[in-house]
Design a binder for this molecule. Structure first.
Ligand code: DGL
Length: 274
């Protein structure tokens, strides 16, 4: 495996804007690190696409990030992690970190014995990736998984606290309430924005797991292990740079991206795969 420099950026990608929830967690946890974020807005959503198609897109983006000189690749998309993590890890020359394993670990830690609920896109749920990852941590725990495909377009539309969103959440989450899950994994990068609506439906006893924080901790651990954390001492303690790149309509990304970040988004570049 190629040894990148510790001053290089952390590369990350998502099908669109949702992965910015992971970027935000990384900026908070590792403020000295530079980021290169790619949002595949030309091909979003990944959720309903076939595993082969998502894998092809993910490999294209991962290879581009490595060409841009990143020191690791964070797959900040649950669907891409579910379908393409193994392929990325065996192809790319830098460490690759997904969001499913960290989310599963956090869920098992938070649960008081289960059942654990998982919600995500159709692709993520059909892949069974979360159920397998949770069972690797705790083989006997009961896992209930449900796809919530309308949540992504609702978030993209900004309908965060809207009557329609509350009605849809009520319907989608009924099986989770009936199963009396004690922990619910928000297994899609868009869902943390709906956390207040989801929490209101599930009640205060149910713990909601957002894999972004846990993924940021995993990135820190892997970079530290490989001696790749940014050197913050002396002349090395430069201001980090954050690059955001979209494959379509950077203006749209610029207008909506701020919703997912604590800091203002000031510039978005454009890159298209031919
Ligand atoms: N980012 C995707 C995920 O976390 C959701 C959006 C999509 O369907 O592309 O699964």
């Amino acid at each position: 495996m190629m040894q990148a420099s510790r001053g290089a950026s952390i590369g990350m990608f998502d099908s669109g804007l949702g992965g910015l929830t992971v970027a935000n967690a990384l900026m908070r946890r590792l403020p000295a690190e530079s980021l290169l974020y790619f949002g595949d807005t030309a091909r979003v959503p990944y959720g309903p696409k076939s595993p082969d198609t998502v894998r092809r897109y993910a490999l294209q983006i991962g290879e581009w990030l490595v060409q841009e000189g990143v020191k690791c690749v964070v797959v900040a998309c649950n669907t891409a992690t579910a379908h393409a993590l193994d392929a990325l890890q065996s192809t790319l020359s830098v460490p690759v970190i997904g969001v499913v394993e960290p989310g599963a670990r956090a869920a098992v830690r938070a649960s008081r014995g289960g059942p654990i609920g998982v919600i995500g896109t159709s692709g993520t749920i059909a892949s069974g990736a979360y159920t397998r990852a949770i069972h690797r941590q705790s083989p006997d725990i009961d896992v209930r998984a449900e796809a919530c495909p309308l949540f992504v377009p609702l978030v993209e539309e900004g309908w965060i606290d809207h009557l329609a969103t509350r009605l849809i959440a009520h319907d989608y989450l009924a099986p989770m309430r009936e199963a009396r899950v004690d922990t619910l994994v928000l297994g899609c990068t868009h869902y943390p924005l709906l956390a207040p609506v989801i929490a209101a439906e599930m009640g205060p006893e149910v713990r909601l797991i957002d894999s972004a924080e846990e993924t940021a901790a995993e990135v820190e651990r892997i970079l530290a292990e490989r001696g790749l954390l940014q050197d913050t001492s002396g002349e090395h303690g430069r201001e980090p740079t954050h690059r955001f790149v979209a494959s379509d309509a950077p203006q749209h990304f610029l207008a909506l991206g701020g919703r997912f970040l604590d800091v203002p988004l000031t510039a978005v570049e454009y890159h298209v795969f031919t």
